[in-house]
Design a protein around this ligand. Structure first.
Ligand code: AMP
Ligand code: GLY
Length: 410
């Protein structure tokens, strides 16, 4: 490394999931001193977990990377130049779906047709102008639980009202968006961004449904693989969406530096923006990082330091199979002991340590990783790796990185 990025010694990573463990794994390879807030039992293996009373304590680190959107939405990057991530204005792309949709409309960024409803009457009227399957989304952050897909009008209205008044998701309520249902192939496109400069990270595909064959409820993601190969034409269209987004942000007076994740639905070769996230995805991050950890970390440092950074072609393929705890996503079982038969390649999610034992304390417990020269090899390694670990109530999908299962609902 050269220039400004040379001066960075200490890095603090915010969050407590597999994503943060993976970011730490990449920077550890470059020899940085790492801190995590709040961290988990996995991040402890690559750095130190710390306690913070307030964000101003973060000013002592050379660099702060927010794994989670939560801290960015709360303004951790506001007037704090050592944070790699947008300020709370930029974070609205994720923290307010209404803001994001209106932004897309204003800057002619392709997205599903939509209407915003701020009352039950408006919701009723809006739903009348759509047809089954109905998509209703809550405006605010809801940890992946704020999107309803309903087959009947009555179910959409009923659950939409519950989203609005806060009875569906504890403590979160507000306006909703009725979205036109898009049928296609989902793709996660994530870029490292500094102003209007950006570099796409390898494309990945996430599996949102809880069970094999895309059955069961939506989750934060049950596994992912990458790089997803796409043709040049589609890549150009996706790059165009990033350009329009970053120019739009600039016009809005928002200086954006950090990760920008565009959740896409590819409909007959055309990419539509389903959502923006202002962070890396989880489990997409684990896949991206494990393909080329050093190159990933170097690019982040360069973008942060206003140096030249660029996209890269990874030499390896990677697969992440999430090992979840029974009951996830609604009500995951917690407290079971996790035992390893032998060392494997895992990023830790909902894992804590008690009296020297590893204990389940979240829904997505471990990420079983496989890296290889082909997708087939990566997949076999990720599944074989699972045999090294055990906890009661462990479940996972059998079809991560099996091409056919990506055809969501088709
Ligand atoms: P979001 O948080 O907006 O990305 O929505 C979560 C998930 O719901 C997406 O990953 C899609 O699987 C699904 N979804 C959201 N919006 C739509 C839509 N307009 N059409 C079809 N599926 C959607
Ligand atoms: N895996 C989807 C997300 O991180 O939003």
């Amino acid at each position: 490394m050269a220039g400004e990025s040379m001066k960075i010694k200490s890095i603090c990573i915010l969050g407590s999931g597999g994503r943060e463990h993976a970011i730490g794994y990449a920077f550890q390879k470059l020899g940085f001193e790492l801190f995590f807030y709040p961290g988990n039992a996995g991040t402890k293996k690559v750095g130190k977990n710390i306690v913070l009373d307030n964000f101003s304590q973060l000013e002592e680190f050379d660099l702060v990377i927010s794994g989670s959107e939560e801290y960015l939405a709360k303004g951790v990057a506001d007037r704090r130049p050592n944070v790699f991530g947008p300020d709370s204005q930029g974070a609205r792309l994720e923290s307010s779906k209404c803001f994001a949709k209106l932004f897309m409309q204003k800057y002619e960024i392709k997205t599903a047709r939509f209407e915003i409803a701020t009352s039950c009457e408006q919701l009723y009227d809006a739903l009348k102008r759509f047809s089954s399957p109905y998509v209703v989304k809550l405006d605010g952050l809801a940890q992946g639980k704020g999107v309803i897909i309903a087959n009947s009008f009555d179910e959409a209205l009923d659950n939409g009202k519950k989203l609005m008044n806060g009875t569906l998701i504890n403590g979160v309520k507000g306006s909703v968006i009725v979205d036109e249902y898009l049928r296609g192939l989902e793709l996660s496109a994530i870029a490292i961004v500094n102003g209007t400069n950006f570099a796409l990270l390898p494309f990945t595909r996430d599996y949102k449904r809880a069970f094999t064959n895309n059955e069961g409820p939506n989750t934060g993601g049950m596994g992912a693989y990458g790089p997803v190969q796409i043709d040049e034409k589609l890549r150009e269209k996706i790059e165009e969406l990033f350009k329009k987004t970053l120019i739009g942000l600039e016009k809005e007076g928002i200086k954006y530096r950090g990760f920008l994740y565009i959740g896409l639905m590819i409909v007959e070769g055309e990419p539509y923006v389903l959502e923006y996230n202002v962070r890396l995805g989880d489990p997409e991050c684990e896949v991206i990082v494990s393909m080329e950890p050093e190159i990933f970390a170097e690019n982040v440092l360069k973008a942060y330091s206003n140096e030249h950074f660029d996209k890269y072609t990874p030499k390896y393929h990677s697969v992440d199979v999430v090992l979840a705890s029974e009951g996830y996503p609604e009500n995951p079982k917690k407290g079971q002991e996790i035992t390893f038969r032998e060392e494997g390649f895992f990023f830790y999610g909902g894992v804590t340590e008690k009296n020297g034992k590893l204990i389940v304390n979240g829904g997505r417990v471990l990420h079983s990783m496989g890296v290889g020269e082909t997708l087939q090899q990566a997949k076999e390694r990720a599944y074989k790796n699972i045999e090294k670990v055990h906890f009661d109530g462990m479940y996972y999908r059998n079809d991560i990185a099996m091409i056919h299962s990506n055809l969501d609902e088709q």
